[in-house]
Design a protein around this ligand. Structure first.
Ligand code: PNW
Length: 445
């Protein structure tokens, strides 16, 4: 599959239109100092109005698969109970339009826009009550949209909306931007997200009329051996299991990694009987949001590996965290098979991308050769995984459009298509033309 990826809160706009309830990002972004430039997702790319044209852009690009997310407060303004038919209707119109352009929808149930009502009612992800409510929302989506949507992702990047939002003694940068008393409290928030994933898998399987294909989009950490010899690969495997031991490993294996538990022995979440079984649901595939990775080498330490610190001028592509590490995409695939012992599990790249640094030239074209370099390098590494027989099934660059980049507001542009936010004019960048060539040839050009 050659696709593109987006998320509701980052592109839709229409934050209070047609009965949508507020999300935690609508409220958080109005808090002074939370978002660069005081930006908010209120209008964004106004995809809510512009989607027919944007679907045409996808068709011209040649993609046959589109990843988007459903806004929970658009369909359930209070988080539970009353359904907003106009919200539901939007996703029906969107999927109909996708079908009429030969494009398959891939829907994420949760890409960070929790209904503010649930934040107010019981502190959102801090409360175990969110698990049941997420299950009910998933069941509702399966019932109303399951005839059109067969490919589902439950959650997007558990660590980002839990650890990224809840700091210990200091607020996180993601909504709702709270500070918690202890690491145990943060691990409890993560545990609730894991349970929500599990219950959503069950709810979709019970409610979709045609059997759904279920995955989760996770930004687990890949590790790249500095030296790729048996000892280096072994160090990468050890790092992979331990560093991903609190999210990916329980999802894939049904238990927190034992060494991760050792690292967190004083801060383990409250677990009830049956929790790990609920978290460990069969998956049809795994989505990897892959942007960067860390280098490791073997070490004479109890852990058996050392994560190498970044050299001061290591190249980045946009935000400061986005170190350019093309091999990360190869190891993100390989280590699921090798370190997590899930060689059977198909993997698709649910996100990969970078922010560019250019303004349009006199003709209006954005010559984003930095993005082309980035994509070509990462795709070459993905091709290595394919060549070695790993079950790679698809690639969804982030993103179709420039969009609301969370705490960075509109300052970071990840799109293959430029958006002029003042006029909502779309202009395909040079990388759009390049990706169209890749799709048409079905090879890296
Ligand atoms: C992902 N990090 O977020 C999200 O899924 C997208 O919504 C987002 O726009 C995209 O990547 C680009 O940032 C991330 O700090 C946010 O390592 C932060 C990190 C990674 C991914």
């Amino acid at each position: 599959m050659w696709g593109v990826a987006t998320a509701a809160c980052q592109i839709e706009g229409a934050a209070a239109i047609d009965g949508k309830g507020p999300s935690i990002w609508d409220v958080y972004s109005r808090k002074r100092g939370s978002i660069d430039g005081g930006d908010t997702p209120e209008v964004a790319c106004d995809f809510y109005q512009h989607f027919p044209d944007d679907v045409k852009l996808m068709q011209e690009l040649g993609v046959k698969d589109f990843r988007f997310s459903i806004s929970w407060p658009r369909v359930l303004p209070e988080g539970t109970g009353r359904v907003n038919e106009r919200g539901l209707d939007f996703y029906k119109r969107l999927t109909d339009t996708l079908f009429s352009h030969g494009i398959t929808p891939h829907a994420t149930l949760y890409h960070w826009d929790l209904p503010q009502a649930l934040q107010d009612r019981y502190d959102g992800w801090q409360s175990r009550r969110v698990v049941e409510d997420f299950g009910a929302y998933a069941a509702l989506m399966g019932k109303h949209l399951g005839d059109r949507i067969r490919d589902w992702m439950t959650l997007n990047e558990i660590s980002s909306f839990t650890r990224g939002a809840y700091g210990v003694g200091k607020p996180g940068q993601m909504a709702p931007g709270h500070s918690l008393a202890s690491e145990r409290d943060v691990n409890q928030v993560v545990h609730h997200a894991l349970l929500a994933h599990g219950i959503a898998c069950q709810a979709l399987r019970a409610s979709c009329p045609a059997s759904p294909r279920i995955s989760i989009a996770e930004n687990y950490s890949p590790f790249i051996p500095v030296l790729e010899d048996p000892a280096g690969v072994d160090a990468a495997c050890k790092a992979f299991r331990r560093e991903n031991g609190g999210i990916l490993m329980p999802i894939l294996t049904g238990s927190y990694d034992l060494e991760w538990m050792e690292d967190h022995r004083d801060s383990l979440p409250e677990m009830r009987p049956g929790d790990m079984e609920l978290i460990h649901q069969p998956l049809n595939a795994l989505g990897s949001n892959c942007y960067t990775g860390r280098y490791v080498r073997p070490a004479e330490k109890p852990k058996g590996y050392e994560i190498i610190a970044w050299s001061p001028k290591f190249p980045v592509a946009g935000p400061t965290w986005l170190h350019i590490v093309p091999e990360s995409i190869y190891w993100a695939v390989r280590l699921v098979g090798e370190a997590a012992a899930r060689k059977d599990l198909p993997i698709f790249i649910s996100e990969n991308g970078c922010a560019d640094s250019c303004e349009p030239d006199a003709s209006g074209l954005v010559r984003d050769i930095d993005r082309i370099m980035y994509y070509r390098a990462y795709l070459s590494q993905l091709l290595r995984a394919v060549a070695e027989g790993y079950p790679v099934t698809g690639y969804f660059p982030w993103s179709l459009l420039d969009n609301f980049e969370w705490a960075r507001g509109y300052s970071q542009r990840f799109g293959l298509v430029r958006v002029d936010y003042a006029t909502q004019k779309r202009t395909p960048k040079l990388s759009y033309d390049w990706y169209r060539g890749v799709i048409a040839a079905n090879r890296i050009v």
